[in-house]
Design a protein around this ligand. Structure first.
Ligand code: PAF
Length: 289
């Protein structure tokens, strides 16, 4: 029988409780989330528990990472189910700040990770990574963790957070947690809840196409040929709009030039496409043999 995590809603309470743990020399692990938790999130909490004494998860649907017209109002909010799942996995503290706690009235301070935030997803959602970097920086200041775990599913986000931590000197070890997939390969995501049965049946084609592209790139097929085939597979599966399929350098997030990748190079293939009203993203790593 696991205990219900301590639920804290204010920065003052969080500071008091975590201050005691810190004074006792306990390592604090942190998993930020927007709720609607699935197995992917739970695996991140498990990962934090493996390396830390105290695990904190936050649930905060961050308004600054949604543009007007995006799904802020309809984003799934499932607090009771989320708390049950966080209890099962043995989370110690759940931080549930409200908007005023995260963005005190009159707040004008934001974080921009230049260059990396305007590519890939950032080219299609220009506000997005500025909202993410700003809220994660604020959450890091609130929680002051030793370790924070982010899913590789949101690969661009993970690399931007790593860069922010490096540039601003946050004393935090950022760990990437492996993507959790359904049996047919679809990467788990809170937004999968939006898919109709028919859309869900077709959605796994994206992970299959990326897997094949990653195998072909590791075998020395040229970048343009591998990506063109992945694009064609995704389009043929009935996705409505393809935002991008790219092969990138993980450090800079820049597109790889055409041609066979240099032996030993480790890159990443990523895609984003719309299935009806749902935008799905996925990515996979590869290493050129
Ligand atoms: O990945 C998410 O759920 C969000 O972007 C994050 C990191 C919790 C920031 O709001």
């Amino acid at each position: 029988m696991t205990n219900m995590p301590l639920r804290l809603r204010t920065l003052a309470d969080l500071r008091r409780v975590l201050g005691e743990h810190r004074r006792a020399g306990r390592r604090i692990g942190f998993v930020p989330t927007m709720g609607a938790l699935h197995d992917g999130h739970i695996s991140l909490v498990r990962r934090a528990r493996e390396t830390c004494d105290i695990t904190v998860a936050s649930i905060f649907v961050n308004p600054t990472q949604f543009a007007p017209g995006e799904d802020l109002d309809t984003y799934p909010r499932t607090e009771d189910a989320d708390l049950a799942r966080l209890t099962e996995v043995g989370t110690d503290i759940v931080y549930l700040p409200d908007v005023e706690e995260m963005y005190p009235d009159g707040s004008v301070t934001n974080v921009r990770v230049e260059e990396m935030s305007d590519l890939l997803d950032g080219a299609h959602r220009p506000h997005f990574f500025y909202g993410v970097a700003t809220v994660v920086a604020r959450l890091f200041v609130h929680v002051q963790p030793d370790v924070s775990v982010f899913g590789e599913k949101d690969y661009q986000q993970l690399q931007i957070i790593r860069r922010m931590v490096r540039d601003l000197g946050f004393p935090i070890d950022v760990i990437g947690g492996e993507t959790v997939r359904d049996a047919d390969g679809l990467a788990q995501s809170s937004r999968n809840l939006y898919l109709s049965a028919d859309e869900r049946a077709k959605a796994n084609v994206m992970s299959g196409a990326l897997y094949r592209a990653s195998c072909r790139l590791s075998l020395g097929v040229s970048v343009n040929a591998a990506l063109a085939e992945a694009r064609a597979r995704i389009e043929a599966a009935g996705f409505d709009e393809l935002d991008y399929v790219s092969a990138i350098d993980p450090m800079s997030l820049q597109d790889l030039p055409d041609g066979a990748v240099t032996p030993g190079f480790e890159g990443r293939v990523l895609a984003a496409a719309w299935m009806g009203k749902t935008r799905l993203i996925d990515n996979m790593g590869f290493k050129r043999a």
